[in-house]
Design a protein around this ligand. Sequence first.
Ligand code: GLC
Ligand code: CA
Length: 565
Amino acid sequence: MEQKWWQKENIYQIYLRSFYDSNNDGIGDIQGVTQKLEYFKSLGIGILWISPHYDSPMDDNGYDVRNYYKVSEDYGTLEDFRDLLHKAHELGIRIITDLVLNHTSDEHEWFIAAKDPQHPNHIKYHDYYIWQKPKFDSNGNKIKPTRWIGWFGDSTWEYNPPTDEYYLHIFSKKMPDLNWRNESLREDMKKMIRWWLDQGINGFRVDASNHLEKNWDFPDGFPGYENFSSIPRHHDYLQELGKEIFVPYDVLTIGESGGASKEEALKYAGYGSNEFNMLIHFGHCWADVDNHDPRLMGKWSQGNLRVASIKRSYQHWYEMLEGKGWNIIYWHNHDQPRVVSHYGNDSEYHDKSAKMLATSLYFMSGTAICYQGEEIGMTNVKYNQISQFRDVEVFTEYQNFLDRGFSKQEALEIIQSRCRDNARTPMQWNSEEFAGFSKHLPWIDVHSDYTSINVVSQNDDPDSVLNVYRMILKYRVENSDIMNGKVRFIELDDENHYCYENIGERKDHLILTNFREFPVSVNLSMISLEGYNLLYTNESKGMLLSKEVLLDGYSAYVYIRDKNR
Ligand code: GLC
Ligand code: CA
């Protein structure tokens, strides 16, 4: 099969607000990205995914869109955006943007009309959103239609007095969910999507794509996620977009969807699927959740790291898609903690574990997404006051934790280790004030470790985390066997190491990495070691391969075998 451009390139995810501030107002912006284009070249990046750049009141940093046709004034102008596209394309870098379809801001003109019975366009736009009349308790008091809980930890319903209704919001209350059953809404969205494609962008990352359909019976349930997640009819909407726009325009589309079955995975992202080219899945993202405390739900419930569950998730996706679709590999995005803090060791073994994590992931097949700052080993925040956090989710959840009996200190620690702001602190460019991100106090505090962890300090050191990322990311695009190979895990169920062969057409690679601080042995007796030579290690010297090898804490080795020799 002919290879598509996105099967030959690495993706870098930019969190616009925190990447680089070109005009020193404390907020990252579009010109900031343009000024750093050479940086991506030096990293072996061919595709940028840029978080929402649309006009927004920024309740959820742009995922709450006020006007789809306008660039946020925080980030610049449409001219800036066109200039970025032009200059990126000149350098052979393609750009995809976030496409937010599930909801708008409550300040979007549709919602302003929808919530106000006096508005001249009320009737048309009321149906663009999802409304329910109140229920009544035994005392005759108004109560919410259901007990559903949204992704940010509070009720999915907000009361709107002028219509005496509740509207649905599965994210913040400033992000009302759209009614995709409404044909006129779908037409408006298609018009907007075409308009952006006509600007010359190369595709989209489609936000929250499995939430577009809801259970319109509105059954009660707690937390009720199944009523607004992965309901089959959402595929109809994606098919419609795909057939009418994504496929004819021949652009890259990456869907965001958790927990897909095999059938679903192929529907979304199988070759020839109209919906997406690839799917962002999350099976490996929270490999340390342990529901031991009933007061903590989902990701907030931290437990021991289960390395096997990371491997099993990737294995599952490789099995589902082998020969039938194209996979994505990534450690995390703007919604999860920093990987070196989460799965590595951000103190004593910072550099070593960061390189180990790069090695374990980026020799796997599929298209890789590297998240801003990961390439220098940026770490989780150490904020010691709740007021330093910015994410809308933090504040509802912090209150939930206090209400459930945690002390302020305990609640702060839970937030610190798991919250989304971990991945959103300003990019650390150098050791000057504000990490060289801006000359102005940034919208969110710079991480205190910026004087030691930054691009400039790592730039000239061939052995830095940054240069190891450069080496590996470039190696991926220069050696198509990596991206196209077949990944075969070794001792999949082992909870300490992450080892596999990536079997290519011309070259095989053997990757041996240890996720623990202590030495771990790997049984290699099931594979043929003949012809393997050392390609890379984060240790000071190589290791002789044998049926049983011992990997030191956080060590990583890559061996290569050229089949033509
Ligand atoms: C996606 C985004 C997340 C955002 C949410 C609502 O999950 O990754 O950052 O808050 O959708 O748009
Ligand atoms: Ca700025």
